[in-house]
Design a binder for this molecule. Structure first.
Ligand SMILES: NC(=O)c1ccc[n+]([C@@H]2O[C@H](COP(=O)([O-])OP(=O)(O)OC[C@H]3O[C@@H](n4cnc5c(N)ncnc54)[C@H](O)[C@@H]3O)[C@@H](O)[C@H]2O)c1
Length: 390
């Protein structure tokens, strides 16, 4: 499973929100990061032939397929990149692993921890490289936060405080779509948004010991959707309503293995917030704060600053010394959402080329699903749940 001289051939499944983000990223890795790494846009897959053909032309894919099973069977494909809804991840990944394809899979890894464990087991058995799309880890400011914590600049960690606030479901007339259907999404804001916060907390603070949470569905039925892409959808115009079978909001507390405490809030009902992902970490020697909508900045507070000069300092993480930033533009020439995908796929491609472990991988995906499931169990039973019991 080495890399052929003419590069790594990708087969991408799904061509809408994440399909577009990944297509864009794959084209940038070679140009901005490492000319010796070559990702080829070999084939893109979707069920609707006219739609996938158009996407192939627009995004620059050399060919297309209308069935993921056919894509996986192709000898000229080295990597299967999964950007389809959550209920498809397990079957696609298991089949890809059986066919010795490397896998990049969007988050959450699966519908639940049982499925996620199957994916990890099959990937390990096949000896392929596997990575999960927790792209927010790859913002330079988040990597800087990680560096500061690893260097001990925050001292002993006491708190992680994470919020992921959106408002696209606030209107009760917004149609029901795959993201509001438990059979397709697994859960609502919890798995969609909460999974990112959980991964960031694991990345920055460490593993979780126990959780207690509550989830809520504010609007119980919605008009039927004609179609949905990303966070927008159109109505069929019919009277028919469909039940909302996932949470609209999910809140929980955790205790980490290292004794720190965490609070988490994920919602699609926070009026005014569009993609308001933010976290703060507080330690004995200082704090860091990050807000995604100001993703080039990290706020850092140092307890040891002289009295009279204390306060959060605003670091613009665009210097060449900041992780990934030097590959882009001169200092102060900021980057955006799409760059996080370039960074994660650069790391993935490098791992395949140089036979190194991918981070974050399906193990991290399993740990995240375990915590998601533990919170749901806790919400159902209205009690604390030890994560390792799930
Ligand atoms: N990393 C992130 O920040 C991020 C952001 C959004 C979505 N996601 C994840 O990405 C995945 C896709 O989300 P999205 O927003 O791109 O969805 P989307 O609805 O915009 O696109 C889904 C695509 O999958 C295709 N598809 C569905 N079932 C298929 C099948 N059986 N075979 C082939 N194609 C199929 C659809 O036609 C569409 O092209 C989800 O797992 C989601 O959680 C991650």
């Amino acid at each position: 499973m080495g890399v052929a001289k003419n590069g790594l051939n990708f087969g991408l499944i799904g061509y809408k929100f994440m399909g577009k983000a990944h297509s864009n990223a794959l084209k940038k890795v070679n140009m901005f990061f490492d000319p010796t790494l070559q990702a080829n846009l070999t084939a893109i897959c979707g069920r609707d032939e006219a739609g996938v053909k158009q996407a192939a032309e627009k995004f620059g894919w050399a060919s297309y397929e209308t069935s993921w099973e056919a894509l996986i069977k192709r000898d000229d494909i080295d990597v299967i990149d999964i950007t389809t809804p959550n209920n498809t991840h397990k079957d696609i990944a298991v089949e890809a692993a059986k066919n010795k394809k490397h896998i990049f899979c969007e988050k959450p890894l699966a519908m639940n921890v049982t499925e996620a464990r199957v994916m990890l087991k099959e990937a390990e058995k096949a000896g392929i490289k596997h990575q999960i799309g927790f792209n927010y880890r790859f913002a330079p400011a988040v990597q800087l936060a990680k560096q500061l914590i690893a260097e001990g600049k925050l001292g002993k960690i006491y708190h992680f405080r994470g919020t992921y606030l959106q408002d696209w479901l606030l209107d009760p007339e917004f149609p029901a779509a795959w993201r509001t259907d438990k059979n397709v999404a697994g859960s609502g804001s919890h798995g969609d948004l909460g999974s990112h916060l959980i991964d960031l907390a694991r990345f920055l603070v460490g593993d979780f010991k126990s959780v207690i949470g509550i989830t809520k569905t504010f609007v119980k039925e919605r008009p039927e959707a004609l179609n949905m892409t990303g966070l927008s959808a159109t109505k069929t115009g019919q009277e028919k309503k469909l039940p909302v079978t996932v949470d609209d909001a999910s809140l929980f507390l955790c205790e980490f293995e290292n004794g720190a405490l965490g609070t988490f809030e994920a919602t699609r009902f926070a009026a005014g917030h569009k993609n308001g992902m933010a976290f703060e970490v507080n330690g004995s020697e200082g704090s860091v704060r990050f807000e995604f909508e100001r993703m080039n900045e990290l706020q850092y507070y140092n307890v040891s600053d002289p009295a009279g000069l204390q306060g959060f300092r605003l670091i613009q993480a665009t210097e060449a010394v900041h992780p990934y930033a030097g590959h882009w533009w001169p200092v102060g020439h900021v980057i955006g959402y799409e760059h996080t995908f370039v960074h994660e796929l650069y790391e993935f491609i490098q791992s395949v080329y140089h036979d190194k472990p991918c981070v974050p991988n399906f193990y991290d995906g399993v740990k995240c699903c375990q915590i998601l499931d533990a919170v749901q169990l806790s919400a159902a039973e209205r009690t604390w749940v030890d994560v390792d019991k799930v």
